[in-house]
Design a protein around this ligand. Structure first.
Ligand code: BES
Ligand code: MN
Ligand code: ZN
Length: 500
């Protein structure tokens, strides 16, 4: 959808539909009031019939209201005027999106940017609106021969935000530009993650990264198996051994900041299919393990956004890409491998592969002398039990970085919640044959996974984002969510602003 701004008198606005708010007990919003006056009371008269259900997001479509230039008005119930809850607001926009995408509209004028949503200013309101709408309009039908029916899916081409007097159009134009750029990244991430493992292989992802680098002038390095072997990434090699599909190790470099500015390094887990290896997963829902590259896809998505926004900051993206399959050549439980860091690892469970490939990627990140390193990984199913699909798990060895991520999460509504990374957990991953074991005994599975990574990030300022519960939705309508692209880009925007 294309987004713009208007200050035109609503009654004179030349759109296909006006989206207008109504509050509890049939209270009219300012714009509804203006339209009611222009129509000599038609809006109030219609509302008096009681057809607008008083639940956030419920709507009533009106046609040919006298005195109003646009042929349609969609009245939307918004709850309490003074204090719309943020969650209600988000649900409202989602419902509204479902409503308007079937109406076959070209130009829609939107009058809800001035809603008094608790915790949102006008700019955030518009940002959230764009993100929720784009999410509601997202479809993935590139592998269907019969495309989605236009009669049930025809999103508006243009959405025009009416701005309250107090807002500067230049500020809001910037907000819109940022929201659009973030959504380009989100969509890129979703598409990649939604693609099945037979299409989205390590080579395919490396190709996507190469295309992105070409289009945007990024520096890129793609290592193949031989190069990875020469580097000494024994942990990544161990995971890739069971597969005939070759591994890739991709490094993207974005230089928006000065030469002396230390980079942010983003490391994304890119397991394009995780069958578990010899520690084979059960068949039920195994197809969802095509999403196990969502971390790497979110790094690519974030790069797409920051290159669009041209942020004045240095960012490195590292993506270890492989499948995790069982075969005669696969790594076995009990095998000991040597990681790039020099530490030896006893592979107790081949299904704990994410931490293995991340260990080598995190070690590799040191050569960029990073300011901070953030890894993004669908690492542990225990994360789903702990935080569900609402918050991403955050574990960090550096409080200031955790605080920055929490703030960016709150701003973007792509939220994180901190779990402890205390040394006390470290004894759970001790091995009697190697330096460390790849799984922990006893509970705290998400934390012991992070503790494993912590052994490869000593002295780095590092944070780990476990997106196992947030990067995709399971079940019949399984789909990638694009998280945590919004969080990552907000984090980078905040950092860019600080260094301005
Ligand atoms: N990719 C999975 C984690 C996962 C599983 C995410 C299900 C979302 C849904 C990861 O590689 C894995 O298999 N983790 C194991 C670790 C265990 C063997 C210690 C897990 O979480 O069960
Ligand atoms: Mn696994
Ligand atoms: Zn995995």
């Amino acid at each position: 959808m294309h987004y713009s701004i208007t200050r035109e008198n609503p009654a004179l606005e030349n759109a296909d539909c006006l989206i207008v708010g109504i509050f509890r007990a049939k209270k009219l919003s300012n714009v509804a009031e203006q339209l009611d006056k222009a129509s000599k009371g038609a809006i109030r008269e219609i509302l008096a019939n009681g057809d607008l259900i008083e639940e956030p997001g419920q709507s009533l479509l009106l046609y040919a209201i006298p005195g109003v230039r646009s042929p349609r008005i969609l009245l939307v119930y918004c709850g309490e005027e003074e204090k719309v809850q943020l969650l209600d607001f988000r649900k409202l926009i989602a419902l509204l999106t479902q409503r308007i995408k079937t109406l076959n509209l070209d130009r829609v004028s939107y009058y809800l940017a001035d809603l008094q949503v608790l915790g949102l200013d006008c700019s955030r309101n518009i940002h959230q609106t764009i993100e929720i709408m784009e999410d509601g309009l997202y479809t993935f039908d590139q592998l269907k021969t019969k495309k989605i029916d236009k009669a049930v899916y025809s999103p508006p081409k243009n959405l025009i935000f009416y701005l309250p007097e107090s807002e500067h159009s230049s500020d809001i134009a910037k907000t819109i530009q940022q929201a659009i750029a973030i959504n380009v990244g989100i969509k890129f991430t979703k598409d990649l993650a939604n693609l099945p493992g037979n299409i989205c292989t390590p080579r395919y992802m490396a190709e996507q990264a190469t295309n992105l680098a070409k289009d945007t002038g990024l520096a890129i390095t793609v290592l193949d198996k031989d190069a990875v072997q020469t580097e000494g990434m024994g942990a990544l090699l161990a995971v890739a051994r069971g597969s005939t599909e070759p591994l890739r190790f991709v490094v993207l470099e974005y230089k928006g900041g000065g030469n002396e500015q230390k980079p942010v390094v983003l490391v994304g887990k890119g397991v394009t299919f995780d069958a578990g290896g010899i520690s084979l997963k059960p068949a039920a829902s195994m197809e969802e393990m095509k999403f196990d590259m969502a971390g790497a896809a979110s790094v690519l998505g974030a790069f797409k956004s920051i290159t669009t926004l041209k942020l004045p900051i240095n960012v490195i993206g590292i993506m270890p890409l492989t499948e995790n399959l069982p075969s005669g050549s696969a790594v076995k439980p009990g095998d000991v491998v040597k990681s790039l860091s020099g530490q030896t690892i006893e592979i107790i469970n081949t299904d704990a592969e994410g931490r293995l490939i991340l260990a080598d990627a995190l070690t590799y990140s040191r050569r960029f002398d990073p300011d901070v390193v953030i890894d993004i990984a669908t690492l542990t199913s225990a994360m789903i039990i702990a935080l569900g699909s609402v918050a991403t798990g955050l574990m960090s060895n550096y409080k200031a970085l955790a605080t920055e991520l929490e703030r960016a999460g709150d701003q973007s509504y792509d939220r994180v919640w901190s779990l402890p990374l205390w040394e006390d957990y470290q004894e759970q991953i001790e091995s009697n044959v190697a330096d460390v074991a790849n799984v922990g005994i006893n509970g705290g599975k998400s934390i012991t996974a992070a503790c494993f990574l912590a052994r490869f990030t000593r002295q780095l300022h590092w944070a780990h984002l476990d997106v196992a519960g947030t990067a995709w939705k399971s079940g019949k309508d399984k789909t990638a969510t694009g998280r945590p692209v919004s969080l990552l880009v907000q984090f980078l925007i905040n950092r860019s602003n600080k260094k301005d």
